[in-house]
Design a protein around this ligand. Structure first.
Ligand code: PBG
Length: 324
């Protein structure tokens, strides 16, 4: 006779619930929110169901998110092209869209955790995350100065965590020093630690009109072929004072999530990026996949890989489904 019958533990829904190893909870999610000026909302063509929200009508969207139990947001600004320049100076304009947005969110919902984005690309006329030299090089140390100013301005506006998504070397330590120097010792840092030079960011760049005007991001974002290097990035970011680290993208990089989860002393987040959202949405809209089940299966896979936190455009839908 067979001694081991693994199917015994799968015989009924109650039993499957009992032995389930991983779960999705609404508290696991950070909701990315695209923000623009005005009172309209515009659907992003490559991300059906995701909108750029005019700041004047953002509160309706936040009300809904709060009602569904969302507790953390990551706003990203769609900046008017006319306000962009090579140094991204609009990023520290206290009357500018982004800092106003952070203040608006924190005024309305002080308890909602705001993860603000630190990188030049939304404000850069070059569409790069750092300053571009006359020869096309992305300047590391010069960029750090601006990132430091951005982080301070965002902390002043009320951000709970600053999240550097730029991949400049040494930026976690630089931001920590900058924040501490201004008294923001309680402002945390979520580091985009292992951020790959991925083609899955296409729809996000559509949303912000932030694609690089020339070249690519391969001299600062990681080579998709590497995992050992991700551990090195983790080690540096942890030593430099990161409070949380993130792997990005998600689905094609679950081995990286696992590798970091095994060694990390701080929570590990994963960014289920725009292209991952677009893939499932497109397949579902074509009638080729069952949307709800593939979304939940994908996100559960991220938890199983070891992620504690998931940044996902699906967060609102999932929150709704978890209430059903
Ligand atoms: C840039 C940034 C990108 C994303 C978040 N921050 C794109 C890029 O690096 O070019 C992508 C997120 C997504 O695709 O959902 N700082």
């Amino acid at each position: 006779m067979l001694i081991h019958r693994t199917r015994r533990n799968r015989t009924s829904p109650f039993l499957r619930d009992l032995v389930r190893e991983n779960h999705l909870r609404v508290e696991d999610f950070i909701l990315p929110v695209f923000i623009m000026e005005g009172s309209e909302k515009q659907e992003i063509p490559s991300m059906p169901g995701v909108y750029r929200h005019g700041l004047d009508q953002l509160s309706g969207f936040l009300d809904e998110a709060m009602k569904l139990g969302i507790r953390a947001v990551a706003p990203f600004p769609a900046i008017d092209e006319a306000l962009k320049n090579s140094r991204g100076t609009e990023s520290t304009n206290s009357d500018g869209l982004y800092l106003r947005a952070i203040r608006t969110i924190k005024e309305k919902y002080p308890e909602l955790i705001v993860f603000s984005d630190v990188a030049l690309d939304p404000y850069s006329s070059d569409g790069h995350d750092g300053i571009v030299s006359s020869t096309g090089e992305i300047l590391n140390d010069e960029t750090l100065e601006i990132l430091g100013e951005m982080a301070i301005a965002q902390a002043q506006a009320g951000a709970d965590f600053v999240a550097p998504s730029d991949m400049m070397d040494g930026r976690v330590e630089f931001l920590r020093d900058a924040l501490d120097g201004e008294g923001f010792t309680g402002t945390g840092i979520l580091s985009y630690c292992a951020k790959y030079a991925s083609s899955f960011y296409g729809p996000f760049r559509d949303a912000l009109q932030s694609a690089p005007k020339s070249g690519d991001k391969k001299t600062y974002q990681m080579d998709p072929a590497n995992v050992r290097e991700a551990l090195r990035e983790y080690e540096l970011d942890f030593q430099e004072g990161a409070d949380m680290v993130m792997v990005k993208p998600g689905l094609p990089y679950l081995d990286v999530v696992r590798a970091l989860a095994e060694v990390s002393d701080v929570p590990v987040a994963v960014y289920n990026v725009s292209g991952e959202y677009a893939m499932l949405k497109a397949a579902a809209n074509a009638g080729w996949l069952d949307y709800r089940s593939v979304v939940l299966e994908s996100l559960l896979g991220m938890k199983r890989a070891g992620a504690n936190i998931i940044l996902s455009y699906h967060a609102m839908e999932v929150a709704r489904w978890l209430q059903d």
